[in-house]
Design a protein around this ligand. Structure first.
Ligand code: SF4
Ligand code: FES
Length: 279
């Protein structure tokens, strides 16, 4: 029987799906290269054509059906029957987050062009009292311990809050994907600890309030035990609305405000503040 050479093997067609479309790649061609042939652009920073892909920046991550963690498309090869999505909400949130972090150190002369580029990507360089104080650990796009997509969900949370609330002083929000707490949820004004929630094990969070460091040191208290992510933005909004409505002027921090109240008072007050806002 005639043997198939390594070179012939590399040239063999690989049939897989890209954003729902049937495509044909090769076993020696990465997902980002096949995507390019089909006119699908995937953001990338450390990958350059004809250079060895090292997979360092993770700006090019895509979702592969059946895989828990997003994959860097610049150094991942397709397999027959694979289903790859480059533009799911999860993949896009992660791609944007990486770009946002890596673009933070640029020469002065390039600033206007980069600002415009960020706006084109749906990002913003202006720090708000919410986004400027937001911290998220790696999350399940890069860490096997994480129960949740902390970075993508941090972005979704910031977008929700910024569209509804204007803070005149920052409130720190820390999202962490597991009890290792790389983002230190227990010392944030608001801390979110990633969990799987309910019988369906959907991604969600426990919410803590009133954690602090240094002279304000103290661990946050758990105000909500296990909420699906779909409910988290609304609950955090309620806590912030309550703070804005009942604080003793702008001089009272969220930390002081929450530490002065029982958990029941915070839960009930947050619910009432949300109802009031939706009337
Ligand atoms: S907190 Fe947990 S999930 Fe997040 S980066 Fe650290 S180990 Fe990973
Ligand atoms: S482009 Fe940097 S990891 Fe793929």
């Amino acid at each position: 029987m005639e043997r198939v050479s390594k070179q012939q093997l590399a040239m063999m067609p690989i049939e897989f799906k890209l954003n729902g479309q049937a495509v044909v790649g090769r076993s020696d061609e990465t997902i980002i290269e096949t995507a390019k042939h089909y006119g699908i652009a995937i953001p990338h920073l450390c990958y350059k054509e004809d250079m060895r892909p090292d997979g360092n920046c993770r700006a090019c991550v895509v979702e592969i059906k059946g895989e828990r963690v997003l994959a860097p498309s610049c150094c991942r090869y397709p397999k027959d029957g694979m289903e790859v999505t480059t533009d799911s909400a999860r993949a896009v949130a992660s791609q944007k987050m990486v770009l946002e972090l890596l673009l933070s150190d640029i020469p002065e002369a390039e600033v206007p062009a980069v600002q415009q580029g960020l706006l084109d990507l749906g990002l913003d360089w202006r720090a708000s009292g919410i986004r400027g104080a937001l911290v998220a650990c790696t999350g399940n796009t890069g860490c096997k311990f994480s129960a949740t997509d902390t970075k993508g969900q941090a972005l979704a949370l910031a977008q929700h809050l910024e569209s509804r609330i204007a803070l005149d002083r920052p409130v720190t929000i820390h999202l962490t994907g597991c009890p290792n707490s790389c983002a230190q949820h227990y010392v944030g004004d608001i801390g979110l600890l990633g969990l799987k929630v309910g019988e369906d094990m959907v991604e969600g969070y426990a919410i803590y309030v009133g954690g602090g460091a240094g002279v304000e040191r103290g661990l946050g208290r758990e105000v909500y035990a296990a909420l699906p992510m779909a409910e988290v933005p609304r609950r955090v909004e309620g806590l912030l609305r309550l703070y804005l409505a009942e604080r003793r002027g702008a001089g009272e921090s969220f930390l002081d405000f929450t530490r002065a109240r029982s958990l029941d008072a915070l839960r009930q007050g947050a619910e009432a503040a949300l109802l009031g806002a939706n009337r």
